[in-house]
Design a protein around this ligand. Structure first.
Ligand code: FPP
Length: 238
């Protein structure tokens, strides 16, 4: 199952989606949760076997407390609501990021989701909550120190953090950012070393199967060389 594409998504544009409609930002996040469902449903048929979603960055704690509270409530509700569907659809959920700053009920819901979906074999869904790539790298480096230099493989296992459903932190093939901005915002900096980047102006709550399919088509058109020369040049040289 893990032979497919690892797509990672920076889900941006919820706030603007709501503001444009005269709604509170939290309404944009609620609609964003529907886009999460659509994306999870569409991913396996498009050849995606691992999907990492950036739900809450460690810098997002700087948002107004009402918005942070609304997001945390939404995550908890979403997990309780979706767990059965994930089990039915073979979606194995893992959370990446720090847990100790999250509420006890949310942490419990996360653990329960991970345990109950552990046998899923259709899609690895990784949800990044209170996540900072730089902090994850720093923490992994601290854990490795003294043991000598870790290989890239070993290091990617360290980077996975504490989730039992995330044995390692796999390299990203396709990184999508919605909402028109073109930056990485401290997301999967190690794992995205050779990711193909696709930016779309579509706001996250409007994102759907067709947008995901378009991003995958764009990814398949790209030539991934990993530092090598293009194929015809290599053949001619040989
Ligand atoms: C960024 O848009 C979005 C977030 C910080 C939250 C992402 C959360 C969801 C999509 C909700 C559901 C998620 C799960 C996993 C259930 P923004 O608010 O920064 O948008 P803006 O740039 O338009 O202000």
């Amino acid at each position: 199952m893990r032979d497919g594409i690892h797509a990672a998504v920076i889900m941006d544009g919820n706030g603007r989606w709501a503001t444009r409609r005269g709604l509170p930002r939290a309404a944009g996040h609620r609609r964003g949760a529907r886009a999460v469902r659509r994306t999870v449903e569409a991913a396996p048929d498009l050849g995606i076997s691992t999907l990492t979603l950036f739900a809450f960055s460690s810098d997002n704690w700087r948002r107004p407390p009402e918005e942070v509270g609304a997001l945390m409530d939404l995550f908890e509700r979403y997990l309780k609501q979706e767990i059965g569907r994930c089990v039915e659809e073979g979606v194995r959920v893992a959370f990446v990021g720090r847990r100790e700053r999250l509420s006890e009920p949310l942490r419990r819901a996360m653990l329960r989701t991970e345990r109950e979906t552990a046998a899923g074999e259709v899609l690895d869904l990784r949800i990044a909550v209170d996540y900072s790539a730089r902090d994850a790298i720093l923490e992994a480096a601290r854990r490795c120190s003294g043991a000598g230099p870790a290989s890239r493989e070993e290091f990617s296992r360290e980077l996975a953090g504490e989730s039992a459903n995330a044995e390692r932190s796999p390299d990203v093939d396709l990184l999508i950012r919605t909402g028109g901005e073109q930056r990485l915002s401290d997301f999967l900096l190690w794992e995205a070393a050779y990711a193909e980047l696709v930016f779309t102006p579509v706001l996250w709550p409007d994102f759907g199967k067709d947008d995901l399919a378009a991003a995958v088509r764009e990814f398949r058109r790209r030539e991934r060389r990993f530092g090598r020369v293009p194929e015809p040049v290599a053949a001619a040289a040989g």
